[in-house]
Structures are given as C-alpha cells and as structure tokens.
Design a protein around this ligand. Structure first.
Ligand code: SF4
Length: 224
C-alpha cells in the first residue's frame, strides 16, 4: 500500500496529507477540499498529528485522487513503519512559547520524517510546560529546558494506544545541534535493536543497557 493510503471498511480508502508540521496554506486546503468533494464523500478529518485525511474514496477514484494530490504538490504520507509526521504546538506564535517551535519541528521533519523504523516513531516539539503531557506521550518528546534557557530536554519512550505509558524524562539540557544528534542516535538504536511490531519503549525496556547507552551518549555529547 502506498504510504498515506489507508484501506477502510467497505473497501473505501482514506488518504492522509501531511502539511508542514501541522501547517497548511490556504491554497493547499482549497485543493484538499476540491479533491475531497470530487473523489471522496466531501468530508475531511483532522488528526491528532496535525495531518488531514480525505475520507471515503472508492477504489475507482483512488488513482485519480492520488494523481490530483501529486499535481497539487500535497504531501501524501504519515503511515507505515516510519518516523511519522512531526507534531508541534503553536509555540512560535503563542505568547507562552519559549522558542520558535515550528522552525525546530520543520528542521526535524526535513531530517527524520519518513525514515524506516521497526514499527513507528512519533516526535513532538512543544514550547512550554502546558504541553508536558503531550511531550510525555511521544516516542521522542521535546520540551524547552526550564533550568537552562535556550536549551532542550527529552522525554523518551512515551506511548498512547492500548498500553499508554509516559516517556522518561532525561534530565540533560541540550543545545539544538546536540538535540539533533541525540534524536539521530535514538532512532539508530531503535532501528538496530527493534523488531516489528515493537515500539521504541518496548525495545528499550527489553534491554535496559540501551537506556544506559542513550544516557551515556547524551552525557558525552554535552561534555564535548
Ligand atoms: S504548549 Fe505552551 S507554547 Fe505551546 S501552544 Fe500550548 S501554551 Fe503555547
């Protein structure tokens, strides 16, 4: 199945469009609305990861709908055994935001979105304490460091779904370059040690040495 195409009940299809970390231009939304009314049932669903789904596309309309998505430069995706759409809060414009959340999310999207992983990996970027719960429910949640301005802290191994668990807070403040290295390292650990359908948390809890490896790596990173 093409990434971004989801087979649904009664042999219909949903297609998922990922924007720019939750942001869509007015032109993109107009194009999505036109595709939804012409080839779907006219309904559009917003997902918790800031993506948009066009509903109820029949098998006969699927190919042309995908063609229209391509012609309009819309990003089809956000499914499969991959790093999923990066989520960010409105911290760029929100008065409480402590840094340019969307710029960081976009950078991470360029670097990591779509990479193949054992099951799926969700990264979220948040601008203040008000999204602590969301940061804790990502495989990799990013929050500003409250003790070290202009730095970031990680929450690793959060899960929702049928076995919700909070991610573990790693109390090491990282600058942006270190943060990117850390995310790359964690994804590599997951890729090397995980087997479908394990999520990151299962992989790390099954081998506590991996938690230690991540911790050691982060300590080395800040000492360089
Ligand atoms: S988490 Fe904080 S910065 Fe982000 S949108 Fe909510 S209140 Fe604003």
């Amino acid at each position: 199945m093409v990434s971004g195409v989801i087979h649904q009940k009664n042999n219909f299809y949903t297609v998922r469009i990922i924007g720019n970390c939750g942001e869509f231009s007015a032109e993109e939304l107009i194009a999505i609305a036109q595709i939804a009314s012409t080839y779907g049932n006219g309904k559009i669903t917003a997902t918790s990861r800031g993506t948009i789904e066009i509903e109820q596309i029949s098998p006969d309309n699927l190919e042309i709908a995908l063609e229209k998505i391509k012609i309009n430069n819309l990003r089809l995706g956000g499914t499969g055994t991959t790093v999923r759409a990066i989520v960010s809060c409105k911290g760029t414009t929100c008065t409480k935001g402590l840094y340019d959340v969307h710029a960081l999310a976009t950078e991470l999207d360029n670097l990591f979105y779509g990479k193949t992983v054992p099951k799926k990996l969700k990264i979220g970027v948040f601008g203040c304490i008000n999204s602590l719960g969301k940061a804790k429910s990502q495989d990799i949640g990013i929050m500003p460091s409250f003790k070290n301005p202009h730095k970031f802290e990680l929450y690793i191994g959060g899960l929702l779904g049928n076995s919700p668990v909070y991610g573990q807070h790693i109390d090491i403040a990282l600058n942006k370059e270190q943060l990117i290295c850390a995310i790359k390292f964690i994804i590599e650990i997951y890729q090397k040690n995980g087997k479908y359908p394990q999520r990151l948390r299962k992989v790390l809890d099954a081998n506590p040495n991996l938690w230690q490896e991540i911790n050691n790596y982060l300590i080395e990173l800040i000492q360089k």
